[in-house]
Ligand binder design. Structure first.
Ligand code: ADP
Ligand code: LRH
Length: 483
């Protein structure tokens, strides 16, 4: 049988990568061809993304992929959610995209809820409250009023630059707060009530839509003269990550564990209950019309910002070393609520965490390994609580918890999660997002076929996972939370 070579551009909030996939039915070979750092850029007037740098790196990666695999046939882009660039009628980018951790959104929350309160918003979009959801950013965006302005979510913006075609890919569109959870299309009445321009958002398309080939300008810029098909996938990284979970049946919970920990279950239909709303559970769209019923837990951002803070203080901490030392510390140390909004903006996490422990009536961690252990213990508790709640609110049995993404390499965290959940944790793949991206592309190109379960079977051939059995009964911090 003939195979295919495809490239996945996967932009995470802490790093971007271009992965080359060589796919024949039964074999999925993944090679990293380019990795580059990503993160907030602080300017005097706010926090931004370096979107032009990311685009350049995507092109560098595409060239690297084509060098390794001259037969390269396609590419698709996924990234973190909610953020966007504005383009005018001529296609010009008006302003640099903001980072979702920028503080301007607070004003947008108040202005939005004055028009439509949160309970009603939840009834339409099914989204948990996060202060940076796109609709709040829109309410705070002064550039929106310009005539003929369109907002393109980050993967759609890069796809537009590659092809000249403007769309709103559905999984990522579902993170804007403006998509109707029942229909999977824009809620035009909500857009209207929020006073947003009718033409602001392009048409919604599902994952697996062919956008077209590279524009002549991109071909000239990159030298990529062989035809390359740009198509959509689950362009929300978490949607691709959930497709990249190597589960064989529906009884699983997942933690997509990177900058954020996205904790939940995969469903066929949204759950729009008041209990879910008060527990701040979200109904985001997955690939093939599935629903990602999950909540955002602050994630390894707490750890990466701590490492950055220590670096600024002149203490360079190696992640493997400090994890090994943290693993030697006894259980039962201090914990804090990682989902406190105080941890959202960049800054001195160790100081904020010490304060949070003290105000929770616990002692502050003493030293760097103890701080790292405190972060991981607290995340494990929040992850386990998220799994319990997701199971209880959706009625889904969860027998196994899959941890995918960069955090699946953290052995201490995986074991603590298994212990806190009282369920086995299956860790890996690290690059679940790129794999989910490639699986959908391969189906679009006709090399793979079938539903998500058929696609996932290709994940279980050749990829390694590690299982962590729980070492003890769930901790009292978690027990009872979901009931
Ligand atoms: P994102 O897609 O949000 O950028 P990733 O899925 O790449 O995030 O995960 C990044 C996180 O993975 C890092 O913050 C780090 O905590 C963790 N990580 C990366 N490599 C390792 C490793 N070798 N051991 C343990 N943890 C790791
Ligand atoms: C993870 C993620 C998450 C969103 C956040 C903005 O990368 O896409 O699903 O909530 O970034």
């Amino acid at each position: 049988e003939t195979g295919i070579a495809l490239a996945a551009v996967d932009l995470g909030a802490s790093s971007g990568r271009v992965m080359l996939g060589r796919i024949t039915p039964g074999v999925l070979e993944l090679t990293e061809v380019h990795r580059f750092r990503n993160g907030p850029v602080a300017l005097p007037d706010g926090l931004y993304w370096d979107v032009l740098g990311l685009y350049q790196d995507a092109l560098v990666g595409l060239r690297a992929a084509a060098r390794r695999a001259p037969e390269l046939a396609g590419v698709a882009i996924d990234s973190w959610a909610v953020d966007y660039g504005l383009v005018d009628a001529s296609g010009r980018l008006s302003g640099n995209p903001f980072h979702y951790r920028d503080a301007r959104t607070a004003a947008g929350v108040a202005a939005t809820h004055e028009r439509v309160d949160f309970a009603e918003l939840y009834g339409i979009s099914g989204l948990q409250f996060l202060p940076f959801t796109t609709l709040y950013q829109f309410a705070a965006d002064v550039s929106l009023g310009r005539p003929d302005t369109q907002a393109l979510l980050i993967p759609d913006l890069l796809g537009y630059w590659l092809t000249g075609v403007r769309v709103a890919e559905q999984t990522n569109a579902s993170t804007t707060g403006l998509l109707d959870a029942r229909t999977g299309d824009w809620s035009t009445s909500l857009i209207d009530r929020l006073g947003l321009p009718a033409g602001l958002l392009p048409d919604v398309v599902p994952p697996g839509t062919v956008l077209g080939g590279l524009t002549p300008a991109v071909v000239a810029e990159t030298g990529l003269t062989r035809p390359l098909t740009v198509s959509t996938v689950g362009s929300h990284d978490t949607a691709s990550a959930v497709l990249g979970v190597p589960a064989a049946d529906a009884d699983f919970g997942y933690i997509s564990c990177g900058t954020w920990g996205l904790v939940g279950v995969e469903l066929e239909a949204p759950v729009l209950t008041e209990a879910g709303r008060t527990a701040n559970f979200t109904n985001e769209r997955g690939v093939d019309g599935t629903v990602r019923y999950l909540r955002n837990v602050m994630g390894l951002w707490l750890l990466s910002e701590s490492l950055r803070t220590w670096g600024l203080q002149g203490v360079d901490v190696s992640l493997p070393d400090v994890l090994a030392r943290a693993a030697e510390l006894p259980a039962g140390g201090p914990q804090f609520d990682p989902d406190d909004p105080v941890f959202l903006p960049p800054g001195d996490m160790p100081a904020r965490i010490a304060d949070a422990c003290r105000s929770a009536g616990e002692r502050a961690p003493d030293g760097i390994p103890a701080m790292v252990r405190c972060i991981l213990d607290s995340l494990a508790t929040a992850f386990a609580a998220g799994i319990e709640r997701a199971a209880a609110l959706s009625g889904r049995d969860v027998t196994t918890v899959h941890v995918v993404g960069g955090g699946s390499q953290n052995e201490l965290l995986c074991q603590l999660v298994a212990d806190a959940c009282g369920r086995p944790v299956v860790a890996g793949p690290v690059e679940a997002t790129a794999l989910g991206n490639l699986l959908v592309q391969a189906r679009t190109h006709g090399v793979l076929s079938g539903d998500r379960w058929a696609l996932r079977e290709h994940l279980r051939t050749g990829l390694t996972t590690r299982t962590y059995p729980p070492r003890r009964v769930p901790s009292s911090r978690v027990a009872g939370i979901g009931r």
